[in-house]
Write a protein that binds this ligand. Structure first.
Ligand SMILES: Cc1cc2nc3c(=O)[nH]c(=O)nc-3n(C[C@H](O)[C@H](O)[C@H](O)COP(=O)(O)OP(=O)(O)OC[C@H]3O[C@@H](n4cnc5c(N)ncnc54)[C@H](O)[C@@H]3O)c2cc1C
Length: 465
């Protein structure tokens, strides 16, 4: 049995590892178009900031580790065409040569590519690019280009287009490196994946660290600035009330989201669904014979919403593992996502899981959200921090639908959102969160954890006795 994975990132490598784990005799080949298998692209901001000293440290596993696990890695090799009836994959190698690889089962893990928004200066024959200090950011190749700009052009300032989680992490990273950062976001508040009430707190943290945050500001054009100004690039934007905004900076980073990379699978006949991602069933089968797909290139089953496009590393790992099991005849199903995520912004963290009101209402729920603040541990023990917790529950049934948290990076925000994720996964009511037997000692927690206090406040406010 020869299993071929296309893509050497979270999904492809997870599938390969699982297949090898289940059957040490399985013949597994991973085809990847660059030379960086199993790199943690989630860690890129921390390499850019200098907190991770060397790019090699971003590898989840080294090439040698992966080979020791028994997989064959075809680096610098691009999959070009899938011959579905012939079970063959046409690839091109680094020297431009063509080769045909036979397969019994195939896993497509081609991931996502960064969106290039319709901003003047980003497209066409005269488009600005890395050599001019204008960057998109997704791959290790993009990272090396950013580092070249930082090290060779020594920029003093940067404009970041987009204030999603990657834009925020990069604002943090570039500020830590000593750049003056302006962040431009077309929506009304930063980190639009959380409610604006928490986005405002994130905004304040950025501002407290010197980031100029311009929300409600749509970037229209990037161009080369006239010499003698405060930066080599000029960014023109317009605010919601049609006021023009211009900033000059030495570097521009455009991070406005990703789209699934599906050309290969679509050409082979795979069905595309929401946001153009590959449709898969819970076993990660594409519907094409012997072809599975996983990660940022596929639709994701959301436990409360059904089919969505939700590109996340955690999900890519899980889906890849499911695919890796099923290519060997397994019967594993991807259990579904809740969109659980967390981001560090300087000294604070923001997290969410499940649904916000505008997502829950169209899904047929009657969502109500309450906001509470509580200490991460007993305030009499030094170093306690206030956490803001927003709980969304269904007014009709009391079901916990979502939770969002904001607080100090040492206040266990990530693990607290995971309590909520676990509760939502198991369909618990908000009230039942109070029954969970959570740990307590004054330096680390409270008899009622912050999450439980927030749940109790939701019950008090929505179901008064
Ligand atoms: C800066 C940054 C920070 C992030 N932080 C987080 C985080 O904190 N938490 C989180 O959950 N997620 C995070 N993510 C998202 C996460 O990294 C992705 O969801 C995850 O890497 C997706 O894995 P994947 O294997 O599906 O796709 P990708 O990582 O996109 O990998 C696909 C691979 O396939 C290769 N490929 C594509 N087409 C071909 C072809 N035809 N032939 C050969 N190879 C091909 C590509 O070169 C690429 O290496 C972050 C992403 C970035 C960029």
């Amino acid at each position: 049995m020869h299993v071929v994975m296309i893509g050497g990132s979270d999904a492809g490598i997870s599938a390969a590892l699982r297949a090898r784990e289940l059957d040490p005799a399985a013949d597994v080949t991973v085809v990847l178009e660059d030379a960086y298998p199993n790199f943690s692209i989630c860690g890129i901001p921390y390499y850019v900031s200098g907190e991770v000293a060397h790019w090699r440290n971003l590898a989840h596993r080294t090439l040698a580790d992966l080979e020791a696990a028994g997989m064959r890695l075809r680096t610098d090799t691009t999959a070009r065409r899938i011959d579905v009836p012939g079970r063959k994959l046409l690839v091109t190698t680094a020297d431009g040569g063509e080769e045909v690889l036979g397969y019994d089962k195939l896993v497509v893990g081609t991931g996502a590519v960064p969106v290039r928004p319709p901003i003047g200066g980003l497209a066409g024959p005269d488009a600005l690019g890395p050599a001019d200090g204008v960057h998109l950011l997704h791959s290790m190749g993009d990272t090396f280009a950013v580092m070249r700009t930082l090290e060779q052009a020594a920029p003093a300032s940067a404009v970041i287009v987009g204030a999603g989680y990657i834009g925020l992490e990069m604002a943090d990273a570039l500020t830590v490196r000593g750049l003056r950062v302006t962040q431009m976001e077309q929506l009304g508040e930063v980190l639009p994946t959380v409610d604006p009430q928490l986005g405002t707190l994130v905004h304040a943290e950025l501002a407290a660290h010197g980031v100029e945050v311009l929300t409600g500001t749509t970037v229209q054009a990037i161009s080369t600035a006239s010499p003698g100004g405060p930066g080599r690039l000029q960014v023109k934007a317009v605010t919601a009330d049609a006021t023009s905004v211009t900033r000059q900076a030495d570097m521009v980073l455009v991070v406005v989201g990703v789209r699934p990379e599906t050309a290969l699978a679509a050409d082979a006949g795979a069905t595309l669904g929401v946001k153009g991602a590959i449709v898969v069933d819970p076993m990660m089968r594409t519907g094409l014979p012997d072809i599975f797909a996983a990660g940022d290139c596929v639709i994701t089953h959301h436990r409360l919403l059904g089919q969505v496009y939700l590109p996340l590393g955690t999900t890519a790992h899980k889906q890849g593992r499911v695919a890796g099991e099923n290519v060997l005849g397994g019967n594993r199903q991807f259990a579904g996502s809740l969109g659980t995520q967390v981001v560090k912004i300087f000294d604070q963290a923001a997290a969410r899981t499940g649904l916000r009101e505008h997502e829950a209402t169209p899904a047929g729920y009657a969502p109500v959200t309450t906001e509470t603040t509580a200490d991460d541990h007993k305030a009499y023990y030094p170093g306690s921090h206030r956490i803001t917790v927003r709980v969304t529950g269904d007014q009709a049934t009391g079901q916990l639908l979502g939770m969002q948290l904001f607080g100090h990076k040492n206040a266990e925000i990530a693990k607290r959102v995971d309590i909520a994720a676990t509760a939502i996964y198991h369909g618990m009511t908000v009230d039942a969160v109070s029954d969970l037997d959570l740990s307590y000692t004054p330096p680390l927690g409270s008899p009622w954890d912050a999450v439980q206090m927030a749940a109790q406040a939701w019950v008090r406010q929505t179901h008064p006795r």
